[in-house]
Design a protein. Structure first.
Lengths: 177, 177, 177, 177
């Protein structure tokens, strides 16, 4: 492992620790919570601990790291708790992280009063994750967000930039009522 | 809820309890374990507790129920541990269960000496799962398994037959070495 | 080729000839045309020659055969005009036929005043089509049609029942204005 | 339309004319043709008219424009011949062009003696193409090409950079025999 990769891993772990120190205990938000924010501000409220952290993130041990307009980043360090019977990480981990990050990327583009829900998710598996892989990130970017539909794509990469999975999503965008 | 649906739920819970009573503690198998079985017999060895249960199934609390040639069934009762921030079940649960069941359906068709790995998974989300949904099953069926590639499709349904998610997968089939 | 397959091919060719004798020259419909029919009656009007046949069907030489609630069937006899550089049929033919049949299956479920548009299409290629394959059909079935979203799946099969491609689609359902 | 967009359209039309002047009449290649080239050189031989142009490209009136390692570009000017019954371009055009460009992007990475075949294609439709859209390009880029599997993603865009469709593919890579 090069010094550069080691430095990236160290930075990633620091950023994760910083987010974890701010996250509220996991729970659910109310429709009133969602209504009072733009999409991006809602995500920042999760990141800053103003709203509860996602329960599924706690169950699978991944955390959101960053959100900006059209882009979101999550992080996870795969472990044996994520394993399939064959001694590598179950595809469900990358699918769940991609589902989250892609939905965040779409959500980050929504004005106040709009919500989104995932209609469809596709994931390509490119390499096996194992408990030796170290921390990985899902980096998701919007392809297009229109009045009714949002599409985003994302990648699971390690600190050396190696890609493990690739995915895209179709979200329905609607008026919060 | 009709009496028929209640009876189905009761039967599903009994079948789950029967499988859980046989499952070995979760862990991983070795390549030697995989090599000594046909695809179907390997899955039956997991179901019968001759091989360790999948770790990811324990983490997300779902269990395999049944495997036959070209078909596999898993079961889960969604709970708040699977929730997204919006008060319903994260799409990652259906994705993970579909990934598993679809891979099992393909695997059930393999002769001894062949393995498979998931190249790609697509999931359509049709209805939200909640902690009130009760037990759901993923029922996966093979579309085609050739010498190098297997394709399967599956559905997440509740005891009343209502469909919550739909998915398909592409698996690479290869010689175990 | 068995006598049974030959009989199926003969029947398919007759059904195609019968549809072709009724089809109007290809063209486009107006929003007023669409508005006056339920989804199923609109498709039947195309099949019966009350509305113009699809232009893309003429370009790629495929025809609609049948529509019923939740189900649609198209037919095509692949030829060298559909070839890729490698001496078999380009994947675009199955993709285009699946796109059409899947959209028809969703459309067949819509009440008057509702329209649908394809958000997403996925196709699995299972076997190569060639100019020796003979007639093939796309048979599409609805998975679920809700108030805003419809999902359908379909298969490309030959007269012997051999499967060549498999696909699914996500459609947005909306009010015609 | 801005002067910049007009200039891009003019340049795109010139590049198309230049390619068309070099293309050989459409036809199929032999396995011997494929065997004697690296993946990239095979594509360049198509572009330079050393090998016959694709038949499906002639049928649907699109042309390859460019190939480099990991990237391919195709062009088409949508017309009424591509129309669905609703007065806009059938989704099959974008699907067929994406299928081609994505396969080219993967193929461009193959050493001599390796071939690839498309296992799966997914397309998102973002905006309707019409006969007023003018020329559009599919720009495809490799996500990852390994020993057995290649994945690529691509976009259909107009001269102003507006995106109409987005897609990804999974290809099987194998030894030519």
């Amino acid at each position: 492992m090069t010094a550069e990769v080691q430095a990236t891993i160290a930075r990633w772990r620091e950023e994760e620790a910083a987010v974890r120190s701010r996250l509220k205990p996991s729970g659910v938000t109310t429709l009133d919570d969602v209504r009072q924010y733009t999409g991006l501000d809602f995500l920042k409220a999760l990141l800053d601990g103003a709203l509860p952290a996602p329960l599924m993130g706690e169950t699978l041990d991944f955390v959101p790291i960053h959100a900006e307009p059209g882009r979101a980043v999550l992080q996870c360090t795969p472990s044996t708790r994520h394993y399939n019977p064959f001694g590598s990480v179950h595809g469900g981990l990358a699918a769940t992280m991609l589902d989250t990050a892609l939905a965040w990327a779409v959500h980050s583009m929504l004005p106040q009063g709009r919500g989104s829900t995932t209609l469809e998710l596709k994931v390509n598996y490119l390499r096996a994750l194992t408990s030796d892989t170290g921390p990985v990130r899902v980096e998701a970017n919007v392809v297009n967000v229109g009045r009714q539909v949002g599409v985003a794509e994302g990648r699971v990469v390690d600190a050396a930039g190696k890609i493990y999975a690739y995915g895209s999503t179709t979200c329905l965008v609607y008026a919060l009522t």
